[in-house]
Design a protein around this ligand. Structure first.
Ligand code: GLY
Length: 573
């Protein structure tokens, strides 16, 4: 008895001492230099590597693995670091999906997507005339769902090895002492200043009088205090106590509806991964409430019976086939997909061979199909999300895609807590069946309901070959996510590309409605002309996704690519 009470007295001290004695890995003379860094875009590593949206975050992940952490430890540290160094999409106030395969073959799929608050209703974004008020679902306090990221991190921690304090300390150090921002981040902060000021009662660290410029130091003391509460109090450091109080106070200031009970009631869901074979490879995808896993399975299975590799990369034949697979898969998305705890998603049917054969029955090589007359459509989604791919020396593979939705989410910084809340409520169909301002429609499957999770496109994906790790892949990009992941997989498996080419070669996108093919800069002009002749409407657009791909070579080495479209970077050993 005496022993137990002594332990109870000592436990907080042990925890506290542990937290305080973690040696910092952040500093000019330490493992991760926050003042001088460059993006590493393409490299092959012997044992372990991380691909993420920011060099500092990837460097932290690699340092954690060097210190004995596994891919789960690294994933936790990278996510927490991104919440500091990549405020655009790295987050505490958002949500995400993790898919992993452990070295013993066990699969893990964690759904830490945001949940609609308890008082959310189907019509909450309609005015008294029934018109959709998109501005309310796209930014400001009312646009936020109950964040899941911190709960997801603690669920992930069940598979990690190192003390939690060690994994969160780099983020605390970076928030407290600062880091040099990139040009891209400076532009992002400057471009969103007006919204931060409008939406946030205390925009704090992200706003200053003079414009931000590359190399400026960004210190976030309020965010550091939040991270310290998470370090010292665990889940309660975010979902209860001071942080929860600050979130709810912020919500009240701006007509937000998240309550203390909503926060306390947040739960991570373990999902069953989607698994299927494609040309001798085993693909592991994320199920609903992501649409990504189903779409990837549909698209790959629809093209599998065709000799795509012999058609040639971005030949008119291969692109047309892939466009028609994309068109047909996306047509199912809005009508059939939503949170499976609220809507019966006909998952088995949607990916069955018979169903997919029927879908491709009217495919005509050389002739564009038409989307007209089809009822289902697509709800608009923001493209600002972020993806992390990690593999460790033991072969644990972890892929996480996480998001605030829009760039800088709701643009609402929680006063006193220093982090940005998501605007994920916009991923629901805010008025099912009626076109939104982008001319797209969503279905009942994804209508708002209290406690429901909004449909997502996030597609963290793993690929095995001969039952061994082969690929870890994912990307941000809203509705373009599944097509980017689809094309990256086809680039590797069908066209035999390196990781770097698979990621950086121009991509294209068709999502049924609008009935057009979007193509990136650099897309073959000859193929474009051939597609136009077949009847396709082609639209040039900016970058599609920011894919992070790790491919395991026959030698066991890890060939990795961080997307050239952003600050994305690799680190490893
Ligand atoms: N907010 C982007 C997505 O979840 O797909």
């Amino acid at each position: 008895m005496r022993k137990i009470s002594l332990l109870l007295v000592l436990l907080p001290l042990i925890f506290f001492a542990d937290a305080q004695t973690v040696p910092s890995i952040i500093g000019p003379d330490k493992m991760v230099d926050p003042w001088h860094y460059t993006s590493v875009k393409s490299l092959t590593f012997d044992k372990a590597c991380v691909a993420s949206a920011h060099p500092i975050a990837s460097n932290v992940g690699a340092a954690i693995m060097r210190k004995g952490g596994n891919a789960f430890d690294a994933m936790i540290a990278v996510q927490l670091t991104l919440a500091v160094v990549y405020p655009e999409a790295g987050n505490l106030g958002g949500g995400g999906f993790l898919i992993a395969r452990k070295r013993d073959g066990k699969l893990v799929a964690l759904d830490y997507r945001e949940m609609a608050p308890g008082s959310a209703t189907k019509d909450m974004y309609l005015d008294k005339n029934g018109n959709a008020q998109n501005e309310l679902s796209e930014s400001g306090h009312l646009s936020s769902g109950v964040p899941g990221t911190v709960a997801g991190i603690f669920e992930t921690y069940k598979h990690a090895k190192l003390p939690f304090a060690q994994l969160i300390q780099p983020a605390i150090d970076l928030a407290q002492n600062g880091y040099a921002i990139s040009k891209r981040e400076a532009n992002g902060l400057n471009g969103n200043k007006a919204d931060f000021v409008k939406n946030s009662t205390a925009p704090a660290a992200l706003v200053k009088d003079a414009p931000w410029k590359e190399g400026d130091t960004l210190r976030q003391p309020e965010l550091a205090a939040t991270l310290i509460r998470i370090r010292d109090q665990g889940l309660k450091g975010f979902y209860e106590g001071e942080t929860a109080k600050l979130i709810v106070e912020e919500m009240k200031r701006g007509k937000g509806i998240i309550t203390l009970d909503d926060l306390k009631g947040y739960v991570v869901k373990e999902r069953t991964p989607m698994e299927f074979d494609y040309r001798g490879h085993h693909i592991i995808g994320f199920p609903p409430p992501s649409s990504g896993g189903i779409l990837i399975e549909q698209m790959l299975k629809m093209i599998e019976k065709y000799p795509v590799g012999s058609y040639g990369f971005q030949s008119p034949e291969s692109v047309q086939l892939m466009i028609e697979a994309e068109r047909r898969a996306y047509a199912d998305r809005a009508e059939h997909m939503g949170d499976p705890d609220f809507w019966k998603v006909p998952q088995k049917t949607l990916v069955s061979d018979a169903y997919l054969a029927e879908r491709m029955k009217d495919f005509q090589p050389g002739v564009a199909s038409k989307s007209a007359g089809i009822k289902a459509g697509i709800a608009h989604e923001s493209e600002e999300t972020t993806h992390i791919s990690i593999i460790d020396k033991l072969g644990n593979m972890v892929a996480v895609t996480t998001t605030l939705n829009n760039s800088y989410g709701s643009k609402t910084i929680v006063g006193g807590a220093g982090f940005i809340m998501n605007d994920e409520m916009d991923d629901f169909s805010i008025k099912p069946g009626v076109p939104n301002m982008y001319g797209a429609v969503g279905g009942e499957a994804n209508a708002i309901a209290a406690g429901k999770r909004m449909l997502s496109s996030m597609t963290p994906t793993l690929v095995l070959k001969n039952n061994n790790p082969f690929m870890v892949v994912g990307t941000p990009g809203g509705t373009t996510i599944p097509t980017s992941v689809f094309q990256s997989i086809v680039n590797v498996i069908d066209f035999g590309m390196s990781a770097n080419d698979a990621v950086n070669k121009p991509k294209f996108h068709h999502q049924w409605l609008p009935d057009e093919v979007m193509v990136e800069k650099g897309f073959s002009p000859e193929t474009k002309a051939a597609l136009e002749k077949m009847g396709y409407s082609i639209k040039d657009r900016g970058a599609i996704g920011r894919t992070e791909l790790i491919k395991v070579l026959a030698t066991g080495k890890r060939e990795a690519a961080a997307d050239g479209r952003g600050d994305d970077s690799l680190a490893g050993f």
